[in-house]
Design a protein around this ligand. Sequence first.
Ligand SMILES: Nc1ncnc2c1ncn2[C@@H]1O[C@H](COP(=O)(O)OP(=O)(O)O)[C@@H](O)[C@H]1O
Ligand SMILES: [Mg+2]
Length: 247
Amino acid sequence: MLEVRELRHSYGDIDVLVVDALRVDDGAFVSIVGPSGCGKSTLLRIIAGLVAPTAGTIHIDDAPLPTTPGFAGFMPQHDRLLPWRTVRENAVLAADIDGVDRSVSSARADALFERFGLSGFEDAWPRALSGGMRQRVALLRTFLAERDLLLLDEPFGALDAITRRRMHGWLQEVLEADPRSVVFVTHDVDEALVLSDHVFVMSERPGRIVGAIEVPEPRPRPPGIVTSAEFVERKAQVLALLESSDG
Ligand SMILES: Nc1ncnc2c1ncn2[C@@H]1O[C@H](COP(=O)(O)OP(=O)(O)O)[C@@H](O)[C@H]1O
Ligand SMILES: [Mg+2]
C-alpha cells in the first residue's frame, strides 16, 4: 500500500503541488485527472523517487519511501524509446540497468511480445512502429521491470480515439493476467473511469485533490460501460469537480 501525506512541491517560489492525502491499495488501479500544468507529472516523478518533494512524505506499507529511485516501474509522458535499440533491446532496458543477465531478460520479454501485440516486431527499430505499438513497447518495458507498482504518465495521450479504446481493453487484459498496482495519469475522464477503481481529481496549479470517485464495477470492464447510467453520472461528477476547481 502506497500512502502520500501532506506532500508539497515548489519549483523556485512557484507552488506546484499540495496533496494532503492519497492512498493506493495493493492491486488497485488509481487514476489522477487534472488540467494541464496542475502537477500530475511532478507527483508521479516524486512517487518514482526522481524528484525530492519540498515537504511531506510517501510511505510504502508504513515505511518511508526508499530514497533510491527504481522501486516502482515508471513510464514517463513520452515513450522515450531508444532509437538505436531494437524493440527487444528497448523492452529489456530496465532489466539491463538492474543487471539482469540478457539471456534471462530476453527470454522473459519473448514470452510477452504476443500478449503485448508485438509478435513479429521483436527485432524492428522503434522508427518502424506505429504510435500505438511504440506505447506498447514502452509499457512492456515498464512491466518487465517487475515492480509491483506501475506509474504511468498519460501512456495513451498521443493516440487516436479508436486506438486508445483498443489499448484500454488490452491493458485490462494484461493486468488481469499479471496484476499490479497502478497510478495512472490522464486528462481523459472516460479513460480514467473505464480503467480505475478510484479516480482522483486535481485542481489547477497548485494541484490539490478536490475529490475522489469510486468505480466499484469489477475489472476488466467492457467498452460499452461508458453508456451505463452509473458511468454517465460519475462522469458528470468528475467534470463538476474539474469545473469547480477551475481558477
Ligand atoms: N523542472 C521544472 N522546473 C520548473 N518548473 C517546472 C518543472 N517541471 C514542471 N514545472 C512546472 O510545474 C507545473 C506542473 O508541471 P507538471 O507536473 O508537468 O504538470 P502536468 O503533468 O499536470 O501537466 C507546470 O507549471 C510546469 O511548467
Ligand atoms: Mg504531465
